[in-house]
Design a protein around this ligand. Structure first.
Ligand code: IFM
Length: 477
């Protein structure tokens, strides 16, 4: 660790009776391939849609790209050693499809697989459980060139790629998630176009969402065939959606956004059907002709776990006339069939992403998934916050991020006490990284990355999290 003299920032940890988590609770941190690896053109890797997108002027803030990122590809060993020093019990990473199967078709690239094989071995050697995500947004560019996720064949290609990874790593990796946040891939990538591949068409966004889930179902089947002992799930990003008032128009706006943000994915994945009201809302966008017989049964192939990514809440109202369209996920083009909804800002504290901090929303979200959808074990596969950090005397004191984690871990504990079978929590992110359309301008890491020198500095939140893991809990409040 680069500043071993730093004392643990105990913060809210003190001598009060602890808020203990269940034995074996899986404490981890998460990253994603394109956000940290760099080495974009090394080891046989070919471009993904994010390479193309980030190299297109005007798409990413300041023209940042993932070409170098955190240079994790070359720093695998020291990064795993850092994880071990922080006491992580698990590390959630994603495999880069175009590194393992260049171009998205054909045989595996041995050099690409070797990188992940070494990563898995290093993790296991340090007693850290590898948690592998198969798709964290880096579709091989040639697959986009023949239609991308709106094209049905991409789902079959994803299953083929899954078999390659399962064959190579499934002897050592127990936990697998297929997709990360299909809402973002579909609605930011093909709806508003603020993410790669930057297309903007509501019908394509809906088709992409369906084919991502179909690819997930096929991938689960491929994993089961290759590795019957694997624990398999999917990660969805969920939001409580609250109407701004009890006016019927606001309540209906919340129903519609909840349909697109949450139920569009939860219902097919865990119930094997699309919600009727969502299909009615989308009638002007698509006739769902892309849904073939048997698709929904494939999508609902039984799982072993569900991953929930939680960051914030959506508060919505029916639009006032003449309201200015807003960018990013607030853009009407992310919400086909609900373009007249507006997102309301409540004036509560926000992170550097301008996302409202709402820890009780995590309890609500976890309870909803458990009480309305499934008895399966749940994992918070991402939770975290961006704040502006500064290095002072070689240290980064990120009290605001530490408080965010503390509040959300208390919420996670509350959910467990309410009966939710929550089995683990992954902080987003292990280290600062390429925050998609925001480039390197937003820092989510528990570990600070100096992008010029690639020096890593554990922030106060990392020291604090290490202590939480060591105690398997927090002080009671
Ligand atoms: O950085 C992203 C991550 O890739 C997916 N979930 C949300 C994070 C913060 O925006």
């Amino acid at each position: 660790m680069s500043n071993p003299a730093t004392p643990p920032a105990v913060g809210v940890l003190d001598d009060r009776p602890p808020l203990t988590f269940p034995p074996g609770f899986l404490w981890g941190a998460a990253t994603a391939a394109y956000q940290i690896e760099g080495a974009a053109a090394e080891g046989g890797r070919t471009p993904s849609i994010w390479d193309t997108f980030s190299h297109t002027p005007g798409r990413v803030v300041a023209g940042h790209t993932g070409d170098v990122a955190c240079d994790h590809y070359h720093r695998l060993s020291s990064d795993v050693a850092l994880m071990a020093e922080l006491g992580l019990r698990s590390y959630r990473f994603s495999v880069s499809w175009p590194r393992v199967q260049p171009g998205g078709a054909g045989p595996a690239n041995a050099e690409g697989l070797d990188f992940y094989s070494r990563l898995v071995d290093e993790l296991l050697a340090h007693g850290i459980e590898p948690w592998l995500t198969l798709y964290h947004w880096d579709l091989p560019q040639p697959l986009e060139d023949v239609g991308g996720w709106p094209a049905r064949d991409t789902a079959a290609r994803f299953a083929d790629y899954t078999t390659l990874v399962a064959d190579a790593l499934g002897d050592r990796v127990r936990y697998w998630t297929t997709l990360n946040e299909p809402w973002c891939s579909a609605f930011l990538g093909y709806g508003s176009g603020v993410h790669a591949p930057g297309r903007s068409d509501g019908a394509d966004a809906v088709r992409a969402g369906h084919h991502l889930m179909l690819g997930h179902g096929l991938a689960v089947q491929a994993l089961r065939a290759a590795r019957p002992a694997a624990e398999v799930g999917v990660t969805v990003n969920l939001y409580p959606v609250t109407p701004a008032s009890d006016a019927p128009a606001d309540v209906d706006a919340a129903r519609r956004i909840d349909g697109l943000a949450n139920r569009f994915f939860l219902d097919p994945l865990l119930r094997g059907s699309y919600p009727a009201d969502l299909m009615a809302d989308l009638a002007g966008v698509t006739d769902f002709g892309h849904v073939r017989d048997g698709d929904l049964a494939t999508i609902a192939t039984p799982l072993d776990l569900v991953g929930v990514n939680y960051y914030s809440r959506h508060v919505v109202a029916a639009a006032v006339e003449g309201a200015e369209p807003e960018p990013y996920w607030r853009s009407p083009s992310c919400w086909p069939g609900s373009e007249d909804v507006r997102f309301v800002t409540r004036g509560v504290p926000v992170t550097d992403m301008n996302w409202e901090i709402d820890a009780p929303g995590l309890v609500e979200t976890l309870r909803r998934v458990h009480e309305e959808y499934t008895d399966l074990p749940l994992y918070v596969t991402e939770n975290g916050s961006a704040f502006v950090d500064s290095v002072v005397d070689g240290r980064v004191d990120d009290a605001d991020r530490l408080a965010y984690f503390d509040a959300h871990l208390r919420a996670a504990h509350e959910a467990i006490e309410a009966g939710v079978p929550l089995r683990g929590y992954f902080a987003w992110s292990l280290m600062d990284n390429f925050e998609w359309a925001w480039g390197y301008t937003k820092r989510f890491g528990m570990v600070y990355v100096d992008y010029d020198s690639q020096v890593r500095i554990p922030k106060s939140s990392a020291r604090w999290y290490a202590e939480v893991i060591r105690r398997n809990g927090l002080a009671a409040q």
